[in-house]
Ligand binder design. Sequence first.
Ligand SMILES: [Zn+2]
Ligand SMILES: [Zn+2]
Length: 366
Amino acid sequence: MYNIQITRAFTNKTLAGRHVEVTNGIYLNLVLWEFYELIVVIFINSPGMSSSRREFIRKSFLLTGTVGLTGSSGLNDNNSISQSGDRLVLLGTQGGPFIRSYKQTPSANLIVYKNILFVIDTGYGVTFKLLEAGIKLSSLKYIFITHHHSDHNLELGPLLYNAWLSGLAEPIHVYAPAGLKSLLSAYWESNRFDIDTRIKDEGRPDIRLLVVSHEYSEGTLVSNSDFDVKSLRNRHPPIEESYALKFKLGEKVVVFSGDTTYFPALATFASGADYLIHEVMYGPAVDEMVKRRPNATKLKASILSHHTLAEDVGKIAKAANAKNLILNHFVPPDDKSLTDEVWTKAVGSTFSGTIIVGKDLLQFAL
Ligand SMILES: [Zn+2]
Ligand SMILES: [Zn+2]
């Protein structure tokens, strides 16, 4: 049986659609993703393959990947949304608010559907990740916040502000649990001088009037002929206003677990999802982390009470019969021993479907 690993996504026109042979009989499959979004899928775990051969393929991939990135990395001002079609983009996959590196930033995701932009959570770093994904900030239309932990909402105000400065002229709708209105009004107040100055000095529309805030609870958030968004209250104590979100986009269904402990009702909510994006925690690593903090006597119970063990994530995906399970919001986020293989193996013990270890800026066609 082959283990499919999605190793890296990048944009490059010259390699589109090619199969590159890196050693005798072994190919890197460069799958054309819409027009020129490429995703590299490498088949490496065939039975009987020697470790030296596997390592050779890995090194060959890294070389090819580096060539592919030349000239196309960095901010992409010319990449309008219509060029890449309907898609899901992971913008920030780290669990927790601590900033460690740009490579993996706190929670944020993007859906592009029928040229409508949906941002799901706005953890620190979301603005730059959107720019890297080729998004015009002034085109943002909908923002959804799953709950008011800072790794999910810290950059909400700055993202709205940056969209405004980049030319936002149409209303932008923000959906979040109770607390949204006070969060935004405090942000506007803290930046009142700058905003008032630019309205008067530069003739800009009032950002405070362009942003339409919707405080939501469980149920349908927005529904029309193009799409439907529903919420389900999950289990993320001590926060009660915490939600999973389901996007119905034509025939496609995308579900975000939000932050939650093992919550079987989520499987029903996510039934048949094309993509289930679920938070994940690795139990043995939590034990190790707790041992390093002997003065926090309730730490393990606290962590276990509001996140989901990898094996339980698999159970949810299995019960939901999810077509693709995407892991994100990794807890702990900074343990280098937790390789993709470790996460996949733990989740794979209870789920035999497609498991993808999420990475920032990884994209999926819808
Ligand atoms: Zn979180
Ligand atoms: Zn949280």
